[in-house]
Write a protein that binds this ligand. Sequence first.
Ligand code: MSP
Length: 512
Amino acid sequence: MNRRYFTTPIYYASGEPHLGHAYTTVLTDFLARYHRQTGAEVLFLTGTDEHGQKMQETAAKLEIEPIELADQMAQRFEAAWKDLNISHDRFIRTTEAEHVGVVTTILQRLWDKGQIYEDLYSGWYCVPDERYWTEKEVGPEHLCPDCKRPVNFVEEKNYFFRMSEYQQRLIQHIEDHPQWIVPETRRNEILGFLAQPLQDLSISRPKSRLQWGITLPFDDEHVCYVWVDALINYVTASGVLDPEGGSDQPGFTNPGNSWWPADMHLIGKDILTTHSVYWPTLLMAADLDLPNQILAHGWWVMGETKMAKSLGNVIDPLALREDFGTDGVRWYLMRDMPTGADASYTPERFLARYEELANVLGNLASRATSMIVKYREGVVPDAPGTDLDEAIRATLDAVTTHMDGLRIHDALASAMDLARTANVYVDTREPWAQAKDPELAGDLDETLATLARVLTVLTALFLPVTPEKMTVLAKLLGLEGVPSLEVAVTINLTGRTVTKGIPLFPKPDLDA
Ligand code: MSP
């Protein structure tokens, strides 16, 4: 059985969803939909990261309990994903009892295996990034090397995970699996990082400083470090561990029947180290398989700066949606960012991408459906409709190659090129002239049948990116739903009733 398990990061429940979060989530949705289309059974997981110091501090500022903040924000993320037509199967919250159970199970297991020890920690901590830095890393100014904000000095008893013991095994794994971290620049970054001795990882916080977390099963004065808690969400949702199972219960793993290991963790490059160093070493220590692949994408930037809430430069995807529709936002995100690289958001580029959608795909759909209605009373004529078969075949090959290489932007460019080719076909065939000459009735039939076929293929090609509008288009073509690609290229459309709809991608009223 072809099964695929895709995950997004779980987003901090301390801030609103923005375009950056939307990108990872739409990208994952795109892959989930693409694979479902090919008949795979998919588990698509997203959710919210609800513990930690940042949550505790944000809630305190708002004078509410952390759980109230978490409840509000989890709802906001869920609503945003609904608005963006995200097809996740599971929305996980790290405050759920099931997750708390699985984290406790893993911590106990690591403790029993001697993988965790107690020691004194002194160093610098960045609350917004929820991570420690060394004296050398923060420099004389004591600024977080990542986000450049001031760090706090902490000295306290901590529990440490023996991460250093897994350094060689991890390097070996990365070397043996060239596609484990993609793109290659990110893989090299991690190999570079691992060229230095790996430290052990602090996995706890004393409750005197942080109460909002999962209590360690072997010391109730400490909570689990939020990153360890958060990463485990991927295992929780997979069903591989019994949340009720302590480590004294052998057989608490259920590998045969679970979704573990994940096929792909999709993340931004900001959280590469946690996912490709902390996470696999924790899994090794817990005797669990490693995920099959980690895809680290680039950042949406404004000018030169990363889009981030703390920098006050975030774009709200839901506001864009009001003007351009859900599919307009999804198309822009998928088409404009080369997978893995950074991309700069500008309103001009957004508009240019939307116009491509409207003027190429939208225009083709409206021309083709109107002409079938006008010249053949809406019935797809009985003709082979094979004029563009070669272009269709070449497009499918190109899309498959690009998708195999995870170049989603290129796959979409190829799909859009097919719509462009079909528009040129209309211009060259001049169906309006064919319609005037009764001797060309057969040619007109062929033109219209070809257009119906190519549009059907386009509904399938665009479904993962513009699902709402492709469902509408399939209906206009008299189809019961968007067919799979395989069906789209072979289905006999003769006799189907086509209707003319309103424009799929209308001109936005930007003055309103
Ligand atoms: N809670 C952690 C992740 C834990 S996963 C076990 C976290 N959350 S976050 O809310 O800060 O989200 C980070 C993720 O949001 C990034 O990895 C990326 O997927 C996405 N993005 C946030 N800002 C972004 C951009 N400006 N551009 C692209 N994506 C970015 O880190």
